[in-house]
Design a protein around this ligand. Sequence first.
Ligand code: OGA
Ligand code: MN
Length: 288
Amino acid sequence: MGLQIWRLDAALGATVSNIDLSRPLDAGAVAAVRAAWLEHIVLVFPDQDLTDRQLLDFTRYFGELEFPPSKLLNYSQGSGQKADIPLEINVISNVIEDGKKIGQLGASEAKWHTDTPFVERPPSASVLHALEIPPHGGNTSFMNMYAVLEGLPPPLRARIEGRYCKHDVSHTSDGVLRHDYDESKDASECPGPLHPLIRTHPETGREALYLGKRAWAFIEGLPLAESEAVLDEIWDIATRPEFLYEHVWTQGDIVMWDNRCAMHRREAFDASARRIMHRSQLQGDVPA
Ligand code: OGA
Ligand code: MN
């Protein structure tokens, strides 16, 4: 029996079972996973056990590997990851070993964001493998950005049609100023690239709303107060439960999402519990 794909009872997402991602996949399986990923935006593969190399091999079936932000932005302090972890892997963890953080994002909330929108070509996919999961908390929610765009009232959509958003590079998605950057006076002055607020997905041809993070976002060409008001209106709609799927992690899960048409957030968890995820990513296109 081949792999099975079950749509989740939510605005996006499907579970893919009866497939072992640690082994080579045949062309039929790769095509089925790609089609499901494009259709459902988020794929959950339960009960997987992959080494970093196997996670990268799996990811590579769908495109070219992308490096984590620490490497893309050439962090002067490096990534801080252990030397035996491949450069294409980003460790997402709150664990501290020998006084050193082994990964990113800590244990507090990671607010709604898309991954790495602050570069010219943001990654098309992120793939998270849950290696250690706290007993509760740390759920990750996903947002269907096709559906959010369709859900905008026409007058609100008209206000962003053809407009670009500036994606601040100087703060992380949890709002912390990155080491190599200076604080800005306000969102209009932050460094970062412009991407269209409405983008056409290069593979599905569908239009999606494209947002990075709420804090420090700026709609180019509008007065700051108006940009803030329009963004607040959009975010109020986007975060409605009807556009979301909340994933409760089980150790061994692999979750792969389409970063061109999904945002995600991670809720906080008990900082004394351990949570370790290894993430890979795929290179994307210039949003258009
Ligand atoms: C990420 C991320 C959320 C999580 O890896 O990009 O936001 O659940 N992670 O760890
Ligand atoms: Mn993320």
